[in-house]
Write a protein that binds this ligand. Structure first.
Ligand SMILES: Nc1nc2c(ncn2[C@@H]2O[C@H](COP(=O)(O)OP(=O)(O)O)[C@@H](O)[C@H]2O)c(=O)[nH]1
Ligand SMILES: [Mg+2]
Length: 373
């Protein structure tokens, strides 16, 4: 579709371009962003779809206030869910436009480059057009501090080691592609984490043709960044999942990391309790319960953050988790004992038991405790 054929906005037909904006606690940025898009997109058939995870600051209210007056503003509010990547996926899947563009809702992306991104895809120049801060003319001056620069640079360096295409800014959250291209890849997307572009490029069956377009990155004016240590962990796990061709799922990696934290908690609490003169077996039992509580709470907040249990379901979830882990521990001891009796070495028998327990705990957690509702 040549760029010129993107007809003017109006009564005839639906939008030809959907701009998907993941947002969380961006109440102050919604109206200014809509205003900016209105002037940039004038003369085109377009819509903006905000995907908010029921932000406590009332972002959805701000979106509704705009949508009530403007047919080209739509909002999706997800309750009990979190995640930038899944927000983008659901936004794109709710669109019927030919071209979708993804941009942040915090005004950090330079919206004046939006047309260049859309036209690069519309003209058939490339399958994905990426707003890059690292090609000539681009800038990432808006990153908050030296730490964020270092984090961004090392993330880019690491991602480039895995990518099937050459890209200076694979961590960009500002890009455009045909909706049908996205939809074809969607079933293979990992969906966990912050880096949906990377997920797309790594999940495509054949390498996608990519064009980078220089773009600036402004400092944040309102609201706060949601990037934290967990997001970096999710990023590393995404690379692992994709390069192992899904053999090592992202959640499983997170589950194992949390499991290691649980081992630490078990040892720490056990030693503390022993210092109070308690017998080893009792101290170990208390340590085990503490480890289960720590694991449950970390899994609830991180590994299964998008399916987080709250209130009464959280209490039931904890009890079920303890039951599942106890069965896992019994299976661990049982298998290790059987293998040891069949003259396997101590380490092999013990490792096999531990692996079985982790896989059991993970399978039960994913299907029974934090199941998709
Ligand atoms: N729906 C949704 N949007 C999110 C989530 N986390 C971040 N975002 C949005 O994604 C965009 C980029 O996030 P931001 O925290 O600014 O990342 P940074 O620019 O790398 O610091 C912003 O519009 C955020 O509001 C989330 O969990 N759910
Ligand atoms: Mg930002």
């Amino acid at each position: 579709m040549p760029a010129q054929s993107l007809a003017e906005g109006g009564a005839a037909g639906g939008p030809e371009i959907s701009i998907i904006v993941p947002c969380y606690n961006e109440v102050a940025n919604v109206a200014p962003l809509v205003g900016m898009l209105e002037s940039i997109m004038a003369g085109r058939r377009w819509e903006v779809i905000f995907v908010d995870d029921n932000s406590p600051d009332g972002t959805t209210g701000a979106v509704c206030a705009q949508a009530a007056r403007k047919a080209y503003v739509r909002g999706i509010c997800r309750i009990g869910r979190r995640g930038l990547s899944t927000a983008v996926i659901e936004g794109v899947l709710s669109s019927s436009a030919q071209i979708v563009a993804v941009m942040d809702g915090d005004l950090q992306h330079d919206e004046s480059r939006l047309i260049a991104l859309i036209d690069a895809v519309a003209s058939g120049d490339c399958e994905v057009a990426v707003g890059s801060r690292h090609v000539e003319g681009g800038s990432n001056a808006g990153l908050a501090n030296a730490w964020r620069h270092a984090l961004s640079d090392s993330g880019i360096w690491l991602a480039q080691r895995f990518l099937p295409v050459s890209l200076t800014d694979p961590m960009s959250g500002f890009f455009a592609l045909r909706r049908e291209t996205f939809v074809a890849i969607a079933p293979r997307l990992s969906g966990t984490g912050f880096k949906i572009l990377l997920d797309l490029l790594l999940s495509a069956e054949k390498p996608l043709s990519v064009r980078e377009i220089d773009c600036g990155f402004r400092p944040r004016v309102a609201g706060e960044s949601k990037l934290d240590a967990l997001v970096m962990l999710q990023f590393a796990a995404l690379l692992l999942e994709k390069t192992s061709r899904g053999l090592v799922p992202l959640r499983f990696v997170a589950f194992c990391i949390v499991g290691l934290a649980g081992v630490g908690a078990n040892l720490g609490v056990m030693h503390l309790v022993r210092l109070c003169g308690v017998h080893f077996s009792t101290a170990q039992a208390i340590g085990t319960v503490a480890a289960m509580v720590v694991n449950f709470s970390l899994d609830n907040n991180f590994t299964y953050r998008d399916r987080r249990l709250r209130g009464q379901s959280c209490v039931w979830g904890l009890l079920l988790f303890m039951l599942v882990c106890s069965v896992g521990a019994l299976a661990d001891v049982g298998v290790a004992h059987l293998m040891y009796a069949q003259s396997y070495r101590v380490n092999e028998a013990s490792l096999a038991g531990a692996v079985l327990a982790v896989v059991w705990n993970y399978a039960m957690s994913s299907t029974i405790i934090w199941r998709t509702r």
